[in-house]
Design a protein around this ligand. Sequence first.
Ligand SMILES: Cc1cc2nc3c(=O)[nH]c(=O)nc-3n(C[C@H](O)[C@H](O)[C@H](O)COP(=O)(O)OP(=O)(O)OC[C@H]3O[C@@H](n4cnc5c(N)ncnc54)[C@H](O)[C@@H]3O)c2cc1C
Length: 391
Amino acid sequence: MSSVISTDILIVGAGVAGLWLNARLRRLGFATVLVEQATLGGGQSVKSQGIIHGGAKYALHGALTGASEAIADMPRRWREAIAGDGELDLSGVRLLSEAHYLWSPGTLAGNLTSFFASKAVRGRVDQVKGEQLPPALQDKRFKGKVYRLAELVIDVPSLIERLATLAGDGLLAGQTIEPLLENDELVGLRVDGREIRAQRIVLSAGAGNAELLATLGLSQPAMQTRPLHMVLVKGPSLKPLYAHCLGGGPKPRITVTTHPAADGQWVWYLGGDIAEAEGVARTPEAQIATAQKELGNLLPWVDLSQAQWATLRVDRAEPLQSGLSRPDNAFLAEQDRLLVGWPTKLALAPDFADRVLAALERDGIQPSHPAPLPDLPKPPLGVPAWEQLLP
Ligand SMILES: Cc1cc2nc3c(=O)[nH]c(=O)nc-3n(C[C@H](O)[C@H](O)[C@H](O)COP(=O)(O)OP(=O)(O)OC[C@H]3O[C@@H](n4cnc5c(N)ncnc54)[C@H](O)[C@@H]3O)c2cc1C
């Protein structure tokens, strides 16, 4: 029979939310176990574009207000962590770009006036020209305007790898999760038959949270998923580009990030409006044709004749929200020993951890200075989409 484990905090789901939280807890001396059923970061996290938003995107459509300006602090927190002197030591995580850019292909879109007036961007947005332009836009045919935003872009696979290292002996590959009850009270979980007792149980399983809650006989907090149909392009002539291209509507027409493939080529990863509702309705072939047309119009000097194309369907998982999409804070709900949440953005993983830590502090839960765990089966690292789809 598997040994019984006692820990302070048991976390289920090793995407960026669970891994970041786990690393912070361990740094504070808590005993933790982090259970993952598939691969580390392989859900939404390694499929994300890696932009550490500071809120500029939301200011663009006037939705950034008071409380939600918490996101404005995220680039600083990540930058310090990556420099090795923040709340976590993320030295070794690859920074793909020091800045994300806002790129208006023609005349300025009307809503930029309120954007530049908004608190989140004031003093943090500079127009760039000439040699300061992102390499892919340095062409004499380029006519638009480009602004530099104080937002980082990180290489998510290297982040996940670093967070997995910080997880020490606490990672556990586990598929079947059942409640562990004592006098009708949840005191832990049974993972593949192994009892794990904990003072608190955190569900950070992304799209898997709803099913886990159902396993525990709960239906709240309700979850929503929003689909995306992303496009990937790999080619020898691509140069780095990290930018939201504006189209006049509330969402960037296209958001381009650039990622290093194992064979040394660059991969452009295209999201934004092109990947939303209409894009979701398109077949992969039609989606690729649309992206080819968009890039042909926007960047006619880029030679895409040798490029390989693929699309990726992926859902964002979040708490159920009514109405318009808003800039989110991380979300955490609590019920006795159980805490359940979604960071709602990769960038907000630190905010998710803050919320859990605040709940522990409020309840007087102290670190127990952990003893080493037995040798547990470890989940593998998630593989980036471009390595799977464009080998
Ligand atoms: C295409 C795309 C682009 C994005 N771009 C950005 C961006 O540029 N910047 C940004 O800030 N955010 C971005 N996001 C949002 C961001 O990716 C997510 O908010 C974030 O990664 C969610 O992290 P998570 O840890 O909650 O979930 P996930 O990364 O999905 O991790 C959840 C983990 O839980 C595991 N799991 C599920 N069920 C169980 C179970 N029963 N038992 C054990 N484990 C389980 C899964 O296998 C998975 O590993 C993007 C999202 C998408 C889809």
